[in-house]
Design a protein around this ligand. Sequence first.
Ligand code: NDP
Length: 484
Amino acid sequence: MKAQPPASHFVDGQPMEDAAGAAFEVIFPATGEVIARLHDATPAVIDRALASAHRAQAEWAMLRPVDRARILRRAADLIRERGEELAQLETLDTGKPIQETRVADWPSGADAIEYFAGLAPTVTGQTIPLGQDFVYTLREPLGVCVGIGAWNYPSQIACWKAAPALALGNAMVFKPSEVTPLGALKLAEILIEAGLPPGLFNVVQGRGPVGAALVSDPRVAKVSLTGSVPTGQKVYAAAAAGVRNVTMELGGKSPLIVFDDASVDDAVGAAMLGNFYSAGQVCSNGTRVFVQKAIKAEFLKRLKARSEAIRLGDPRDAATQMGPLVSQTQLEKVLGYVETAKAEGATLVTGGSRAAQGGGFFVQPTVFADVTDDMTIAREEVFGPVMAVLDFDTEEEVIARANDTEFGLAAGVFTADLARGHRVIGRLQAGTCWINAYNLTPVESPFGGAKMSGVGRENGHAAVEYYTQIKSVYVGLGPVDAPY
Ligand code: NDP
């Protein structure tokens, strides 16, 4: 089984290799097999990518937005036409079940490309009357944007960043996580096939130092990172040195609050989606599930039964509902959190071990109950299929406890009382919220975090703010009134 791309990088419209960069292997997480061998970008590759982006962006920005949009729409169509092939590649790269990658990863990337292609031609400035004189504003592109991705939704992340950047007249140099480097290379190929001029979307591979070199280059106007809080702090600081724009999509420890009037089946289903989809490797997961005491027993009973029925297995099999974690490193990290939860006194409801599945990085769907606010699994991001259930008595209490975290990415409330749903959501410190739903992230809706979970928003009209800058132009129509 191989998924070797033509070259490690994609620069100035074509695949590019430089074997002088340190080699790394791409692993299929379900078996541990090596499926590709790539190289980190050398300084020469990074320079070529930035130089071509810089050159290409100047011409791209001069095009009519509808002309840019037409190319992007074609790219979205190509992604949909090749949906099956792309889903299979995503499954090899990430280990996620094909039943997920067929409907979630590339499809949501195609949605973003189509959405921003439609939106960009509608982006206009203002005219501001000043009596005789007036000011008009233009929304101009920023220039060369750097995108840096995490490994959990590699192709979706590449599309979510490239789509607004390109539609609004910028160029992008994208660095995937070295754990999942393959999808972004496909995106680069597809964009060229759709007619995107060379240089506007480049992919360079590598670990943190490659990202760090990109972020500090003077040709770069903006950095958009999806990653953990510690990486976000480093990247934000490096971007600040050059006073660059940023979007930071970072981690979370989001509360999902279930009141005792909620539909228990819906709440259980949402809690499972918000903890077990993509084997729990989703930043916005509702990993602190607060359940009101009156329904705790019933909630846990149904949750246990449904969790134990999840089909773990080969992610290439359409019947598989949960695949492995992305890497050995992530497996060890998640199992470490499971052991800590046991040691700290949480009650193991189900799971709690590595799952024996042919050499892959599988963990059983795991539920802990009686979790308290000070336990490590209630405070730190696990990024695996490990749900922490906490119980509560009152609305006031649960709001205070839900907000008692440095993170603020997402939050959810389940209740039959919609007034309470809105009231509680209004007081939760989180950027992306749901009432009687969880983890749905349509491209039309702005996505991002409060507090340590991030800066800026992806998707929706809100993203326009983060890929453009305003130019104000004062137009004088009368004589200049100088006192000299
Ligand atoms: P990391 O923070 O480890 O890495 C993110 C990316 O940043 C990787 O491409 C990484 O490269 C790169 N990087 C690391 N150090 C630097 C540096 N100093 N300068 C520039 N780039 C650097 O995250 P993971 O890949 O482990 O992804 C998991 C994390 O991502 C979780 O915390 C999760 O919550 C968060 N996430 C947030 C989302 C959101 O939208 N809010 C969505 C998805 C995930 P490399 O890995 O090659 O070292």
